[in-house]
Design a protein. Sequence first.
Length: 94
Amino acid sequence: MRTLWAKEGKESAERLADGFTWSEGPTWYQDGVVFSDVPKNIAYRWKEGMAKAEVFLNPSGMTTPREGFREQGSNGLARDAKGRLILCMHGDRR
């Protein structure tokens, strides 16, 4: 997904942010949406009123890049029962 869309309670989808290679895991956290661009190894955050998403965590999945490893970033975001962000680090396997 190169573009992050939202639709809840609206007649049509709203483009929140774009320009990503492969975005995944949009999760509501701290008054915004946090999501990953897996190949870029960056997690972004978008909040209401922002013109574009900001970097939330870089690197997001692989702390020591390896040549040829194409899915470095995080790729599974959720919140636990206490509201803490859970971010699966695909590259570091954590």
